[in-house]
Each structure stands twice: as structure tokens, then as C-alpha cells.
Design a protein around this ligand. Structure first.
Ligand code: COA
Length: 259
């Protein structure tokens, strides 16, 4: 298998993107995000794509979050640029004229949960786990999680997940509306492919308009996402952010001081 950070393949009208960093549970660093952006831009330029699927390489993770090692030393300005890049990927997915389906094959945490939620439909393997555990690191979701989670599961449940950092299993994610269906791990890719094939046979102009209308019906999202990116960036350089990320990398619990 290629060692490119994002693998892009086509089968007829359906495109498959695989985040390919399995040794780091497909964590999103700048390079992976840039490759994702480039891959989706390439698909936007193709006139014959009717549906895309995003998944993670390996059997453990969809995407276990933004890359903590590379975030650890970011300044506020660098963190803002990183959040902006994550948002650009999510916005691009939402602006494509065809649906994007997330095939969540394992951990979808932090930026992974955010990537899945930027997709139109989310399908989970029974081994998948979801969560926004950023508060364990002294920061908050920075790629749209504070906004898209409440739009999917309601504001109370979203607050609970963001404030506690709890990680939930696929059945609970389905119960609260975070994913559309849960299927046995071995059947996930075939199931998502079946949905993609079904969508690909519909009128592409109608699908594109359905997507645009359902997205523009929520005009507050871009401003709310900008607010989130600023708050995310502001937390960088605090002692708590440095402690939270150092503790993760040192494999020990964090001790926060509120500073
Ligand atoms: N960023 C960078 N590296 C990550 C990562 C992330 N978000 N998630 C996992 N990794 C790395 C680990 O550091 C480890 O690297 P190493 O082998 O060089 O030590 C490797 O991926 C495997 O992860 P590990 O933690 O050993 O696997 P696990 O099965 O014990 O735990 C998780 C799996 C998902 C529970 C755990 O990796 C985790 O909590 N990840 C971070 C989740 C998170 O906070 N995401 C939000 C980030 S904003």
C-alpha cells in the first residue's frame, strides 16, 4: 500500500478517500489535512463523481483526532491557522455538489469526529467509538465540533460530550443521532458502498440542490465556526494546554491549574 497520507481511488461514480496514517491512528496533522483538501478539490473538479466515501486505514481508527504531537508547541497564531485549515476541509466537504459518506471503522475522536460530522452521512462499524475529548488536553474542539455536534445530537448532549470528553460506543452514537447506522465491522465498507451506489443513481442535479439547500438552511454555521477557531487558538500557550498535551504524550493523567 502507498504511504501517501491520503489515498484516493475511484470506482465508477464513487470516490474513496482513505486517511492513511495507521501507526498514529490516522491523526490529522497539517500534511494530512492538506492532502485531504487537495483530494476533495480534485474530486470537485471531476464532473463524473456522484458520491464519495471517507474512511481510515487499518482496523483500529477512522481518525483518532488532530495530531497532538504536532499541536503541542503551536503558538496562538499557529493554532488559529491549524483550526482554519481543519475548517476549510470541513467547509469544502459541505460545499461539494455530491454527498460524502463517512465509513467510521474505529476511533472517531476529536478531529476525527469532526471530519465525520462534516460529511453528509455517517455510518459506523460496531467497533467504532466517538467523542470530543479535547478538554482532556486543555483545549476545545477546533474543526467545527462545537457547532456540528449540537446540530446533529442536540445542544444538551453536545455540551455533555464536549464538557466531559466522554468517549461513546457506536450503539450510543446511533441512539443519539451521531451516526445513521451501525453495522458489523466486516460489513461496513460494503454497506457504505451500497448507500453510495444508490445515491449515485439519482439525479445528480437534484442531489446537489438538496445538499445546497440543506446546508444554506443553516446560515449561522460559518460565523460560529470562526468563533470556535478563535477560542481554540486562544487556549494555545496556556499552561493547561501544554500540560494536557504533554500528559497525553507522556501517557499520564493531566493535572490542570486553570492557567
Ligand atoms: N495525535 C497524535 N498521536 C496519536 C493520536 C493523536 N490524536 N491518537 C493516537 N496517537 C498515537 C499514540 O501517541 C500512539 O503513538 P506511539 O505508538 O508512537 O506511542 C499511537 O497513535 C497508538 O495510540 P495509543 O494511544 O497507543 O493506542 P491505544 O489503543 O492505547 O489508545 C486512543 C487509543 C484513541 C484511546 C488513544 O490513542 C487516544 O486517546 N488518542 C487521543 C484521542 C484524542 O484526544 N483526540 C483528540 C485530539 S484533539
Amino acid at each position: 500500500m502507498s504511504d501517501a497520507p491520503v489515498l484516493l481511488s475511484r470506482d465508477g461514480a464513487v470516490a474513496l478517500l482513505t486517511v492513511n496514517r495507521p501507526d498514529k491512528l490516522n491523526a490529522l496533522n497539517r500534511e494530512v489535512l492538506e492532502h485531504l483538501y487537495r483530494a476533495f478539490t480534485e474530486l470537485r473538479a471531476a464532473t463524473d463523481v456522484r458520491c464519495a466515501i471517507v474512511t481510515g486505514a487499518g482496523d483500529k481508527a477512522f481518525v483518532a483526532g488532530a495530531d497532538i504531537a504536532s499541536m503541542r508547541t503551536l503558538t496562538t497564531a499557529e493554532a488559529k491557522a491549524f483550526a482554519d485549515l481543519g475548517h476549510r476541509v470541513g467547509d469544502l466537504i459541505e460545499s461539494l455538489p455530491f454527498p460524502v459518506l463517512a465509513a467510521v471503522n474505529g476511533f472517531a475522536l476529536g478531529g476525527g469526529c469532526e471530519l465525520a460530522m462534516a460529511c453528509d452521512l455517517v455510518y459506523a462499524s460496531d467497533k467504532a467509538k466517538f467523542g470530543q475529548p479535547e478538554v482532556n488536553l486543555g483545549v476545545i474542539p477546533g474543526f467545527g465540533g462545537t457547532q456540528r455536534l449540537s446540530r446533529r445530537v442536540g445542544v444538551g448532549k453536545a455540551r455533555e460530550l464536549v464538557y466531559t470528553g466522554d468517549i461513546i460506543d457506536a450503539a450510543e452514537a446511533h441512539r443519539i443521532g451521531l451516526c445513521e447506522a451501525v453495522v458489523p465491522a466486516a460489513e461496513l465498507q460494503a454497506h457504505v458502498r451500497k448507500v453510495a451506489d444508490k445515491i449515485a443513481k439519482k439525479g445528480p442535479l437534484a442531489i446537489a440542490q438538496a445538499k445546497v439547500v440543506m446546508r444554506r438552511g443553516d446560515p449561522s454555521l460559518p460565523a460560529a465556526n470562526e468563533l470556535e477557531a478563535q477560542a481554540f487558538a486562544m487556549l494555545f500557550g496556556t499552561a493547561d494546554q501544554q500540560e494536557g498535551m504533554a500528559a497525553f504524550l507522556d501517557k499520564r493523567p493531566a493535572s490542570f491549574k486553570g492557567a
